[in-house]
Write a protein that binds this ligand. Structure first.
Ligand SMILES: *Cc1c(COP(=O)(O)O)cnc(C)c1O
Length: 340
């Protein structure tokens, strides 16, 4: 048996795409599937997103784009990160990928989006040159769409002022947070990742924005034991039983992507919320139970009411990082795709 099972619900993904399309009110939705679809599996996610109305795929690097091209022969694929070596650019040209260009060098014979730095302070041109014929799009990226709408509006005003005269080009600025909350960010297209996966860009309950988590992650109890007062579980004896305590051992750890700083978060064991106690090891962790449960009792690590956002708060990170870190593959979590 596999140590754990990841289920990707493409039905939920399609519903999230439709929710975003409603919010976008006429602007196009471009599906961001970088980092293997935020850990969900880029190929499956891309197909479902395109089927539900997304009109292009976005990734970070040329190799990611080339891998998608094998499966998606004719769809638009946009590389959002900086172009790589000359060899990669030549491969991108041959594969018909579109490139985001963040410095003066515009390669020939490839469709290009010029990236303007309006306040992210990372990749991007500080001033927009008069766009040559290769340019089909103008873009910027928002630093605070999820946290500081006022600064995001400053960026959008700068972008609008710099690009207004080129309204025949595709102008795009929004990520998920902006697509959902800042109508003035919509322009011609929005590049949405996290919300499509049913995760909140605001690290709150995704249901507040009508989103459903696409990924769930389950396993079963591998062992159940009773600790007597004074006995401990795990490295460093960070959990010591004060009274007789039932604990369950879960056969998943940071080697699977269940991070070491998730001690204290809650998972569901046999349908009930249970606290993760002691140190999370590479291959297992412990949960505190209220009674003896059989080995094999179901454990939900994510999904079905266990929110990535709640885990992220405990681990002092964001839901994006948690899902990207899950090690799907034959040796750890088995990934199954369903359509519910
Ligand atoms: C990753 C990324 C996005 C998607 O952001 P979400 O918050 O996941 O919607 C959009 N644009 C660029 C340039 C990105 O790198």
């Amino acid at each position: 048996m596999h140590r754990s099972e990841i289920t990707i619900d493409l039905g939920a993904l399609r519903r999230n795409v439709r929710t975003l399309l409603r919010a976008l009110d006429g602007a196009r939705l471009w599906a961001v599937v970088k980092a293997d679809g935020y850990g969900h599996g880029a190929t499956d996610v891309a197909g479902a997103a395109l089927g539900a109305g997304a009109t292009a795929l976005c990734v970070a690097t040329i190799p990611e784009g080339l891998a998608l091209r094998d499966e998606y022969r004719t769809e638009r694929i946009i590389i959002m990160g900086p172009a790589g070596s000359n060899r990669e650019v030549a491969q991108a040209r041959d594969a018909g990928l579109e490139l985001a260009i963040a410095d003066g060098e515009i390669p020939e014979g490839v469709r290009v989006h010029l990236k303007l730095d309006t306040g992210m302070g990372r990749y991007g041109l500080s001033e927009l040159p008069s766009p040559p014929a290769e340019v089909i799009g103008l873009m910027t990226h928002l630093a605070t769409a999820d946290s500081d709408a006022a600064f995001a509006r400053v960026q959008l005003e700068r972008f609008n002022a710099a690009t207004e005269q080129y309204s025949h080009l595709a102008r795009h600025a929004a990520n998920s947070a902006a697509a959902l909350r800042l109508p003035e960010s919509h322009f011609d297209a929005a590049r949405c990742g996290i919300a499509m996966y049913g995760l909140s860009p605001f690290n709150t309950d995704p249901q507040e924005d009508g989103l459903e988590p696409v990924l769930s992650w389950q396993t079963t109890l591998a062992q159940v034991k009773r600790l007597e007062p004074g006995q401990s579980s795990g490295y460093g004896r960070r959990f010591i039983a004060k009274a007789p305590t039932w604990i369950g051992i879960v056969p998943v750890g940071y080697g699977d992507g269940f991070r070491r700083d998730l001690t204290g978060t809650e998972v569901r064991v046999a349908g009930e919320p249970r606290r993760v106690v002691g140190t999370v090891s590479m291959d297992s962790f412990a949960v505190e139970l209220d009674r003896e449960l059989p080995v094999g009792a179901p454990v939900v690590l994510l999904g079905h009411g266990v929110l990535a956002e709640a885990h992220a708060r405990i681990a002092n990170t964001i839901n994006y990082e948690l899902v990207c870190g899950i090690q799907a593959g034959p040796l750890r979590a088995r990934r199954t795709v369903i359509d519910a």
